[in-house]
Design a protein around this ligand. Sequence first.
Ligand SMILES: N[C@@H](CCC(=O)N[C@@H](CS)C(=O)NCC(=O)O)C(=O)O
Length: 215
Amino acid sequence: MIKLCGFPLSNYYNKVKFVLLEHQIAFEEVLVMPGQDALLLKHSPLGKVPYIQTEEGDLSESEVILEYLAARFPDKPIFARDPWEAAKERELITYVELYLELIARELYKEAFFGGTVTDDTRTRVEKLLLHHLPGFQRLAKFGPYLRGAHFSVADIAGYVSLPLVGIATQKIYGRDFLLEAGIDWKAYVGQIETRPAARRVSDDRKNYVESVRSQ
Ligand SMILES: N[C@@H](CCC(=O)N[C@@H](CS)C(=O)NCC(=O)O)C(=O)O
């Protein structure tokens, strides 16, 4: 059985977990924190989570894992069957992750972990996000889903990452860049959470936070 390694606060871990749950692919969760421990680096070359363990070995990078799952379980429509539609889903995932989340990630140290970010970082991240957001908006339909009327794998990426962009920008700049751009990500998240797989991911994340707090 596939082992999903990581922790339930990680958006990329939750992306893979959501897909596994959504498509009822059997898996086991293994709690692993990111780091530079030599043992971890044998499984995940940069010490990042998630990674999965299969009968054939370890595999890191959430998007690569999704591609592997789609190829290994061809009966599960992880991506749309139509090649064009599937490519548009992948395009959206790239915009969410590469142009929004990965940029906003530079703020997390201060937004979520009690550190500080430099003025240079603030300025650079603001400039990039305000450039990338209109591009994302030209692509994303929010109708109510990213591709329009139907839920897709792109929404799994949106669900786990867009809130982080909103919350981090609110904390660092006092303005939620997504809301400011007219993206009501809270309503979007509410819509996604009508799905049992999303609720499970969300409940597990909250329970994990509670368990860490009570330690
Ligand atoms: N591109 C990677 C990103 C994974 C990632 O950044 N994971 C975070 C946790 S959410 C992590 O392991 N951070 C530790 C690090 O970057 O060293 C993916 O899609 O899996």
